[in-house]
Design a protein. Structure first.
Lengths: 111, 120
């Protein structure tokens, strides 16, 4: 699992590459919790994520809930069909804000 | 687990599964293994045997562990309304597979999960 953090217009962007599973999700969780301490809007770019399971989804749910508590925005970007399917099965595709592209996410477009 | 997933995907595709069907089977196997690792074995660790086979028009996925018997109630999915992560794995398994059964292995030791999915 590789990651990259960038910041644009006051928004934090976490780009992930690889598989977010039982082995990798603790590292992703640590990253998210660390970034959420900034209490800024957060976009998680999943364009490079090829697989996610319930442990990965759990980290996203936790980040979503913490963002809500902080009153900051949390959204997913560039979700692949395989990842979208898992979110759909978990009934989270209508809970998370999901943007097609990073530009849409930064522009504040709807999901 | 990544290598295990690749092997399961390959076996499912060889049995005739489409990409999407194979992805679902991989997810179910992954979630089942997570449950074994987290709840059945915990800190101890242990072996998990996975078998993928074709039975007529169905793909059958067997997941065998050697841990103390699991309470069948733990395999039942929980409601998702409150977004709690716990129980999501079991829910996903039941969503993508046509059947999920917790059985006692013939030798008596451990747990045996049998899941089936119509091959498409």
């Amino acid at each position: 699992m590789r990651h990259e953090v960038s910041r644009r217009d006051g928004t934090v962007i976490l780009s992930l590459r690889g598989e977010v599973d039982l082995e990798q999700s603790p590292a992703v969780r640590a990253l998210l919790l660390d970034l959420l301490e900034e209490q800024r809007d957060l976009l998680v770019d999943l364009a490079g994520v090829t697989y996610i399971d319930s442990s990965g989804v759990a980290t996203l749910v936790e980040a979503y809930q913490l963002s809500k508590q902080h009153g900051t925005a949390f959204a997913l970007v560039s979700v692949s069909p395989a990842v979208h399917r898992v979110l759909e099965l978990a009934r989270l595709d209508r809970v998370f804000t999901i943007h097609q592209t990073l530009e849409e996410g930064l522009g504040g477009g709807g999901s | 687990m990544s290598r295990v997933r690749d092997r399961i995907r390959s076996s499912a595709e060889k049995a005739g599964c489409s990409t999407r069907c194979a992805q679902d089977v991989v997810l179910a196997a992954d979630e089942a293994c997570q449950n074994v690792i987290r709840h059945a074995y915990g800190e101890r660790g242990g072996d998990i045997e996975i078998r993928v086979e074709r039975s007529g028009g169905d793909l059958v996925l067997w997941i065998r562990d050697f841990a103390p018997p699991t309470d069948p109630a733990r395999v039942r999915p929980r409601k998702l309304e409150d977004l709690r992560p716990g129980g999501l794995g079991t829910h996903l398994m039941r969503e993508v597979m046509d059947s999920v059964e917790l059985l006692r292995p013939p030798s008596g030791e451990g747990n045996l999960l049998r899941m089936t999915r119509r091959i498409e």
